[in-house]
Ligand binder design. Structure first.
Ligand SMILES: [Zn+2]
Length: 270
């Protein structure tokens, strides 16, 4: 089995933990892990990790919740500079977050639109965050012609209408562990075609959990694959194959990822 975790924040874990996290991921059949920044600094760290570990591939971007009263020209230029590096395979994490205490919406729109522009300039897909802003996101994706580069809505928890709007625009639906506990989301997953689904963990350190072993890690990509198999009554090996094909299709310009994926043997102990 060869799984791809399409969205994680591996860069937020401590350097001493990362080798063990990667080992556990490998043991669970996860052969490639996308790790994305949320600030300039964490985007730089994601790139550095990708240089150190073969199975790690970076995305760069400014997360809507990390916008502090501005999205400056300097910030945009630095993201453009980082995104231009050979290693970088996507613009992420960007998006809109309209929760009550989130940053000013006008600044969020500005940052989201500008970073979609960078993605288009460099022909990189976008993997984006969306909370309480489904129709607003779909509208921006259309207005900024984001469908020309494609990508995915990550950690999807929307309804079927939203999923279909995104799919009609050519985007993928990236599912994480909430699928295992949210019945409404399971119904959505049942009704959307598997060739539009990606797997992810959105893993980051979770010290608020009582036990370290309960922290979400890239290895849990396997749990999400198992859940999709259960919902759609498909063998998990088939789920792995189809969702990895989907990710490779989305990341069609990511030659290093493709080469790495192909070089990894099927016969890993899973
Ligand atoms: Zn994330």
């Amino acid at each position: 089995m060869k799984l791809i975790d399409c969205h994680s924040h591996l860069n937020d874990f401590s350097d001493t933990e990362i080798p063990q996290i990667l080992k556990r991921a490998t043991q669970s059949g996860v052969v490639a892990i996308v790790t994305v920044g949320t600030t300039i600094e964490s985007s730089e760290k994601a790139i550095n990790l990708s240089k150190k570990y073969d199975q790690v591939f970076p995305g760069v971007g400014i997360h809507p919740n990390e916008l502090n009263n501005s999205f400056s020209k300097e910030t945009a230029n630095r993201i453009l500079e980082l995104a231009s590096l050979d290693e970088v395979i996507m613009i992420s994490e960007i998006g809109l977050d309209f929760m009550e205490n989130s940053p000013d919406r006008a600044i969020q729109y500005k940052a989201f639109r500008r970073q979609i522009g960078i993605a288009r300039e460099l022909s990189l897909p976008i993997v984006f965050h969306c909370r309480e802003a489904y129709q607003d996101s779909v509208r921006v994706l259309k207005e900024e012609r984001a469908f020309e580069v494609g990508g995915a809505m990550h950690y999807f928890q929307g309804d079927e209408t939203t999923a279909n709007q995104l799919i009609d625009l050519g985007f993928y639906i990236s599912l994480g562990r909430p699928l295992i506990r949210i019945l409404d989301l399971q119904k959505v997953a049942l009704n959307i075609p598997i060739n539009r689904i990606l797997l992810e963990t959105d893993s980051f350190p979770q010290p608020f959990k009582k036990y370290r072993e309960n922290w979400t890690e890239p290895r849990h990509t396997l749990d999400v694959a198992n859940e999709i198999g259960r919902i759609k009554d498909i063998d998990v090996g088939e789920v792995a194959k189809i969702t990895s094909d989907n990710a490779l299709r989305m990341l069609e310009n990511a030659a290093m990822l493709k080469a790495h994926f192909e070089s990894v043997s099927h016969h890993s102990k899973t």
